[in-house]
Design a protein around this ligand. Structure first.
Ligand SMILES: Cc1cc2nc3c(=O)[nH]c(=O)nc-3n(C[C@H](O)[C@H](O)[C@H](O)COP(=O)(O)OP(=O)(O)OC[C@H]3O[C@@H](n4cnc5c(N)ncnc54)[C@H](O)[C@@H]3O)c2cc1C
Length: 392
């Protein structure tokens, strides 16, 4: 087999967007080696929330660019983009939370995102089905929303493979990587590939292993995240409704067909080392938290469920992504648990790094791999708008 210019290990949202963007740039021949099916990992199991209301400049910029890229790709393919714009409230339950949120409104506005602080009285007028007595207010962005993950995966897979530059190999597990001279020799279950450059986009169930193949510690871990769908809403509730995220409680709700989807993470869950994408659904935690979301959003009260699933979500120690070239020709790309809201932008930035040798418009010390071993800058803002991921 002739050598590839770039081999991407992992065909999830990140690997596929990287392949597609490299092809758009005309960057040589690209192989995507995917252990299972394209998009079949965390990507297709996700809830698809796309929010520009990040908790740091990096997060905001990645969310904004990703939303744009999803829409642009849909238009280009003449297919639906899968993005549904609903508006999004991130609710604050305490004065302390409110203070932090107000600072973030400024960060987001500076990054070009339409973001405002909503007092409860105004909230009641705009979104009366939410129980604003529970909250001291919320930040709001009108053009946030969500993608249907299967459509997002379909579009980017189709966009990548229709380019002559991209070869997608499914059922192709990367087992070993050797750096020989100027090239990498990549041993897979479908033979050995030669490539000038390798991008590690192995996600929650691969990035760490693929990194270890070249002696790198890539701190991408996996933990349980659960999603529940309800076929309808309680009688009298308005539909569709805007998304909302109770960050302090670790759950969010969005519309799903005529009903709703709710995602939740248990703060006491630890890293899951089973290696599986499928994880046991924690019904006890679901029942424990149910009174909370039923009081916050009575439209979900006493509903039956249509589907539940629990799967491995990726996380990094600071909830931020990794976009780096820690050794010559070997790149690491990871989403820090936000690969649907940031995936297109991460692919775009990785393609930039591969072709141009640098990433523009993002602070280097928030995206490099080295930050996890450097002493932490005490002035650096912690990204607080994230699910409760484990500490380790
Ligand atoms: C239940 C749930 C809900 C979520 N909801 C959201 C959400 O609302 N919004 C959001 O932004 N994010 C959400 N996420 C997170 C999001 O799904 C991930 O951040 C994103 O999918 C990561 O994309 P990825 O390409 O890095 O990983 P993946 O989609 O997991 O892709 C990595 C791929 O690499 C392959 N692979 C691994 N090792 C190898 C190897 N050695 N050789 C070849 N292939 C390999 C895997 O098979 C996999 O297909 C959610 C996740 C879960 C589990």
């Amino acid at each position: 087999m002739a050598p590839y210019d770039v081999l991407i290990a992992g065909g999830g949202n990140l690997g596929l967007w990287t392949a597609y963007t490299l092809a758009l740039r005309g960057f040589g021949r690209i192989a995507v080696c995917e252990r299972g099916w394209a998009g079949g990992g965390a990507t297709s199991r996700s809830a698809g929330v796309v929010r520009q209301q990040g908790g740091s400049e990096t997060a905001v910029k990645l969310g904004r660019l990703s939303r744009e890229l999803y829409l642009r790709l849909g238009e280009k393919l003449g297919l639906d983009s899968g993005f549904i714009e609903t508006g999004y409230y991130i609710v604050a339950e305490t004065e302390e939370e409110k203070e932090g949120f107000l600072r973030l409104v400024e960060v987001r506005r500076e990054a070009g995102v339409d973001n405002e602080w909503i007092e409860p009285d105004e909230g009641r007028r705009r979104f009366p089905d939410l129980n604003w007595d529970r909250f001291v207010g919320a930040t709001y962005t009108p053009d946030d929303g969500y993608v249907h993950p299967p459509i997002a995966a379909r579009n980017v897979t189709y966009a990548a493979v229709r380019s002559e530059a991209v070869d997608l190999f499914e059922m192709c597990e990367v087992r070993d990587i050797e750096h020989i001279g100027e090239r990498f020799s990549v041993r897979t279950t479908r033979g050995t590939f030669e490539a000038e450059k390798v991008v590690n986009a192995g996600g929650p169930r691969g990035a760490r292993n693929v990194g270890a193949m070249v002696g790198l510690d890539v701190p991408v871990m996996a933990v349980r995240h659960q999603v529940v769908t309800f076929p309808t809403l309680a009688e009298g509730s308005s539909h569709p409704f805007p998304l909302f995220f109770a960050v302090g409680k670790g759950y969010y709700v969005r519309p799903e067909e005529e009903g709703a989807a709710l995602g939740l993470s248990n703060p006491v869950d630890e890293a899951d080392t089973s290696g599986r994408y499928q994880i046991d659904f924690d019904w006890d935690y679901y029942e424990e938290m149910r009174p909370d979301w039923e009081s916050a959003f009575p439209a979900l009260k006493d509903l039956s469920v249509s589907r539940v699933w629990a799967a491995s979500i990726d996380y990094t120690p600071d909830h931020l992504p990794i976009i780096d070239e820690p050794m010559e020709g070997f790149y690491v790309l990871a989403a820090g648990g936000h690969g649907m809201m940031w995936g297109p932008a991460l692919g775009y930035k990785m393609a930039e790094l591969v072709e141009e040798g640098g990433v523009t418009d993002l602070p280097g010390d928030e995206i490099d791999l080295g930050r996890f071993t450097r002493e932490r800058d005490p002035n650096r803002m912690q990204d607080t708008i994230a699910l409760p991921f484990p500490k380790k």
